[in-house]
Design a protein around this ligand. Sequence first.
Ligand code: A2P
Length: 296
Amino acid sequence: SNAYEKGGRIALPCVTESSCLESVKIAIDTGYRHIDGAFVYYNEHEVGQAIREKIAEGRIKREDIFYCGKLWNTCHPPELVRPTLEKTLKILQLDYVDLYIIELPMAFKPGEAIYPKDENGKIIYHETDLCATWEAMEACKDAGLAKSIGVSNFNRRQLEMILNKPGLKYKPVSNQVECHPYFTQPKLLEFCRQHDIVIVGYSPLGTSRDETWVNVSSPPLLKDPVLNAIGKKYNKTAAQVALRFSIQRGVVVIPKSFNPQRIRENFQIFDFSLTEKEMKEIEALNKNVRYVELLM
Ligand code: A2P
């Protein structure tokens, strides 16, 4: 789920308590192992419960799961990083996360408010040094609370700031950014490839088109004629073609669904492959327009 804000409104996940728990359990039963979470999705307790129930059932072991947690913008000051991760671990009731990432490269004023605002409704930013935040992330890895550390929504310049930091101990292993056939990120992908940074693509299906945080003036990805025509050839849906396209170019995908049938559908992408010509055709769909503009 996503809690990004657009136009001054906060988009909270509109799901019932049980559907997140159920969805994660169905996903694990289906074969998913990478779970993308965050404190600001307000459902880490359910995700943790689903993982723990599946471990208790004997279906999986903890080490089979790859859980990604995220450091929110109000927690960038270095002294807040470890306590924030510890809070996430307490909610999850797990001993470690597999990946902990800085969710966004900008800091908000620390405090209870997730989106701190002044009297004019403007976000209150906070001066922190991303490199100091990164050093606190490195300490979390050293303490065994996070197996790996990475970033999200970082551009090349921000990545370079970390990579060129004097005394860098660990490079970011991944950068989670919007990535799909309408926003293919060719330059960032190439830069990250050169630096062994895995791109994790969010909104790989073109988002839920929730107007409170999505730029809906960009057309719906899954209605795209090319994706649908290619899907027909393989007896696959546009969603499956979009996901296959991403994994085939080395982009990790984190599709979101609360629907059991679609959760299963999105996993059925390992029994076909797209030709080079089809990959090029899909690459040509790039519009260079984000669905998630992150206007804050
Ligand atoms: P639902 O939860 O009802 O399945 P993204 O992963 O790009 O953020 O997209 C998530 C959105 O796509 C959700 O609205 C989800 O709705 C929908 N969705 C997920 N899987 C599919 C699919 N296979 N076909 C169509 N829509 C899907």
